[in-house]
Design a protein around this ligand. Structure first.
Ligand code: PLP
Length: 369
């Protein structure tokens, strides 16, 4: 929390306008557009909702294929599956754990419609290569930038590079509103329809701007806009986004230097940030040699009172992923990372002493392994 959330919520209450697209939502939209350079930013209930809107905007139809990593959260795939799309999973890079851009082209078929790069841990995918592939094959690019706010690729904010970007403000992310998200529309041709899809398929947004004298049902859509209380909370977070990011980076960098010796000793691998990326310190993770050492480490950390976790169950091995998607090629790196990764605690307010304790606990058990 930044300390301003309740004040802004009280202001939203006093404004007397609690539905969506009131003064706080407008401020949040303007901030996101200024910050990312997106043609249009629209708050949503979640990144999941933004991804679902993207699938509708692209007119994904049954049998259309969408290329994405398997090493991601379920919403990346689910949003397209809801329209009948088929997720085609491609393996990840062993350094950033992002989709391996060199494997994308071979996964393209006549049914391919889009590529969904996921910026894992707020570290950018190789977007130049991905945009080039998309352009040559006439594909759309939807960035799953759920973890990517305040990160950049070659100076470009994540979510502003593809045709569409999706952000999350879920409480597990860097900038939060409990549940929350945003759709960034970079392709101007998609803006008007995005507003309609978000407002239950009506042109209500144009009506409020005085562009039409009544509003009516124009297209498919749903209710994707959050109320003003959520936007007021989010505004407090936006106002402090620079400080939140720099404090997270301090914590991330401290972990990174404290774990250097364990990496030199060959016990663990630390995260890799590519030269092209300024990251947002969304996550600090370590890679252990194998599943058994990872399991033993998690047990020891838990016994020391440290809440460390693993993720993801690769989508290509999950019950729904097996039924609704398919893997293109071997998923060796995805399977390996899923067995070996541990996320360490990282939040604004985590003290240096707490970090020393965590590093000591990991070091102590690494020597036994
Ligand atoms: C958190 C997350 C989502 C979902 O975000 P919500 O706002 O909770 O819907 C989607 N994709 C990735 C990669 C995420 O980390």
């Amino acid at each position: 929390m930044t300390g301003q959330e309740l004040e802004y919520i009280a202001e939203a209450h006093a404004n007397g306008m609690l539905a969506g697209d009131g003064p706080f939502t407008k401020r949040c939209h303007a901030w996101l557009e200024a910050r990312t350079g997106a043609n249009k930013a629209l708050l949503t209930h979640s990144c999941t909702a933004a991804l679902e809107m993207a699938a509708i905007l692209l007119d994904i139809r049954p049998g259309d294929e969408v290329i994405m990593p398997s090493y991601t959260f379920v919403s990346t795939a689910n949003a397209f599956v809801l329209r009948g799309g088929v997720p085609v999973f491609v393996d990840i890079r062993p350094d950033t754990l992002n989709i391996d851009e060199t494997l994308i082209e071979a996964a393209i078929t006549p049914r391919t419609r889009a590529i969904v790069p996921v910026h894992y841990a707020g570290v950018a995918c190789e977007m130049d290569t991905i945009m080039d592939i998309a352009q040559r094959h006439g594909l759309m690019v939807i960035e799953d930038a759920a973890q990517g706010i305040m990160s950049t690729y070659k100076g470009w904010p994540l979510g502003s590079i593809g045709h569409i970007g999706c952000l999350s403000f879920h409480e597990t992310k860097n900038i939060i509103s409990g549940e929350g998200g945003a759709l960034l529309i970079n392709d101007p041709a998609l803006v008007q329809r995005a507003e309609i899809i978000r407002e239950k398929g009506t042109n209500r947004s144009q009506f409020f701007r005085g562009q039409v004298d009544k509003y009516t049902w124009c297209d498919v859509g749903s209710s994707y806009l959050p109320g003003e209380v959520i936007a007021a909370f989010l505004w407090a977070q936006f106002a402090d986004a620079e400080r939140i990011t720099s404090e997270r980076l301090t914590i991330w960098n401290r972990y990174h230097s404290l774990f250097a010796h364990l990496e030199s000793a060959g016990s663990i691998q630390r995260p890799v940030i590519s030269q092209n990326c300024q990251h947002n310190a969304h996550m600090y993770y370590l890679l252990f040699p194998d599943l058994s050492s990872r399991t033993a480490m998690l047990k020891q950390l838990k016994a020391s009172g440290i809440n460390a976790v693993f993720h993801y169950v690769p989508l290509h091995t999950s019950p729904a992923g097996l039924r609704l998607g398919r893997a293109h090629g071997l998923m060796t790196t995805t399977d390996s990372m899923s067995d070996r990764l541990i996320r360490l605690p990282l939040w604004v307010g985590l003290t240096a002493e707490q970090q020393f304790m965590i590093v000591n606990a990991v070091s102590a058990y690494s020597h036994i392994m």
